[in-house]
Design a protein around this ligand. Sequence first.
Ligand code: SF4
Length: 294
Amino acid sequence: MPPYRPPSEANSILIRAVRNCPWNKCAFCAMYKGKPFSIRKVEEVKRDIETAKKIFIGSKTLFIGDSDPLIMRTEQLAEIVKHAYRVFPNLVRVTSYARAKTVIRTKSKEDMRTLREAGLTRIHMGLETGDPWLLEFVKKGATPEEIVEAGRMVLDAGMELTEYVIIGLGGEWWSEQHALGTAEVLNKINPTFIRLRTLVLFPQAPLYELAQRGEFKPISPLNALREIRLLLEKLNVNSWFLSDHVSNYLPVNGKLPDDKKDLLEFLDYHIELIEKNPDMTYKVLTPEHIRSRL
Ligand code: SF4
């Protein structure tokens, strides 16, 4: 397996509590297709943490994989997190991915507080889009209301929250509703971090097949920038806005609301540059062969 983890966890100790994804249906995702999901035994995971002590010398952050460890029973995951702090007493952060639907279906507010008290300090959640139709189209398996509820549960428990947004998920045809719906959901959640990824279609992802059949039209680089601009313009949050991923065309990074004006000007500059001279597209934006190196 490649160890899928967010770029912000590049220096973290990587520990698998579950294997692969229990949902595995998102149309844009190629990560775990064809791989069965399973929950690992707590004792086995704890032994991995002890082994990691010999490999990760001096690491201060730890990431629990794979895609949805919160599907474990709360006391089991809490025990794994506590053991991580016992083995690595200098840890300052323990994080994991979580599906919104899993949080609201399997966790109470008390469960989330138990996990926070154990030391789970940050959750990475895939919003992808806030548009209800598009969420169904890409088979995300959660509604905007459920995503808002799950996000609020994470924040109310005292954890940090990253919400991931996929620029270009609506392609050319549904870009505007994607940007507007996403801004609406993010405004209701007010997450700690909003992190952008720009869609890259891999052959294993069902959306690739839809694009091949003409049922999905991938967004152009210029319209991807316009989409980010519209999203940013509509955001009313106190969040970090980050493009910390190789799939993005431009590094649009800042703290909202303070940096909003500068980020919009940065986007406008590049949009105008490419509108006037389309040849500039691959001179100023990340080229496709780099973007697809995930
Ligand atoms: S995007 Fe996340 S939840 Fe969806 S199939 Fe991929 S790993 Fe699973």
